[in-house]
Design a protein around this ligand. Structure first.
Ligand code: MN9
Length: 294
């Protein structure tokens, strides 16, 4: 079987969710997107993450996305982000992931109410107990507001039901400490613009928004790093970061959707409260990003 690091190491797009004009899930576009990213070399998919706008969706919509992806990506490693402040919704989605045959579930830490660490740990253990599907901790302090230290994350990771962590933080010291303490668990880098830093500190791959349209570049960087070809890998990181710098100005998720829309996909717009991009922002995508993807 191999370790969790071996089984789950790889490149996972944090899958975007295409919506129709009236805000329903666009099945045709979702299937096409999953196939496209498979062709770009994705090892699997992180379904209903932040990038998938899952915190703006109902549990039924999230289940629907999980089902479509499962049908469209046979043989790919599938991780469903089921985290929700409503723990009953999270449990419903954990069961859905099990029914659909997902390889892992993942959850952001419970946010907003400033829960204690004991409450956060109990939340994770509760979700791990709902089904037999193993769990990937989603550590994203910048968005969730929940910071955990090495000892705290370690308490969760020490449990056999946890396969590792999706690490969306630039605290690479913490990443290194966790990987050193748990070499067999998988660490997946979360910030695309710092992908090489993550690999250098021990990450086994990554999960990212921008992999939706350039997974191939991350696959290549990972391969080059395995071969010790840092200078070539950094050239690709530089090329990727020219694009991400623009995306950070206009908004990453609406921006990723706009890139793919301009490439002929029909992903629609983000759900409110995300605002639609204005003409100036679309122009930036057209002039500063699309030519760099050729
Ligand atoms: O999945 C993503 N994080 C969030 C990880 O969406 C919060 C990243 O891919 C970032 O969007 C990206 C830009 O900062 O690195």
């Amino acid at each position: 079987m191999g370790t969790c690091a071996e089984m789950f190491g790889g490149i996972y797009p944090a899958l975007l969710t295409p919506f129709t004009k009236d805000g329903r899930i666009n099945r045709t576009s979702l299937e096409r997107l999953v196939r496209y990213e498979t062709d770009l070399g994705a090892d699997g998919f992180y379904v209903c993450g932040s990038t998938g706008e899952s915190f703006l969706m109902s549990k039924e919509e999230r289940r629907e996305v999980m089902e479509i992806v499962k049908e469209t990506a046979p043989g790919k490693k599938l991780i469903a982000q089921i985290g929700s402040l409503n723990v009953r919704d999270a449990e419903y989605l954990a069961k859905a992931a099990a029914d659909l045959g997902y390889d892992a579930i993942s959850s952001v830490a419970p946010f907003y109410y400033k829960f204690s660490f004991d409450e956060i740990r109990d939340y994770y253990f509760r979700l791990a107990g709902v089904t037999d599907v193993p769990v990937l901790v989603y550590y994203i302090p910048g968005s969730s507001g929940v910071t955990m230290g090495e000892g705290q994350l370690g308490q969760i990771l020490a449990d056999d039901r946890f396969i590792g962590v999706k690490f969306t933080s630039n605290d690479f010291f913490l990443m290194e400490r966790l990987k050193k303490a748990f070499p067999d668990k998988v660490v997946l880098n979360g910030f695309d613009e710092m992908f090489l830093s993550g690999l250098a500190m021990g990450a086994d791959g990554g999960i990212g928004s921008t992999y939706n349209f350039m997974a191939d570049r991350f696959v290549r960087m990972r391969q080059l790093m395995k071969e010790g070809r840092l200078a070539e890998a950094r050239e690709i990181q530089n090329s990727v970061n020219e694009i991400i710098a623009v995306l950070l100005r206009i908004g990453v998720i609406p921006g990723c959707k706009e890139i793919l829309n301009q490439q002929g996909f029909d992903l629609g717009e983000c759900l409110p409260p995300f605002a639609p991009l204005n003409e100036e922002q679309k122009q930036l995508v057209r002039e500063k990003i699309i030519p760099r993807l050729a």
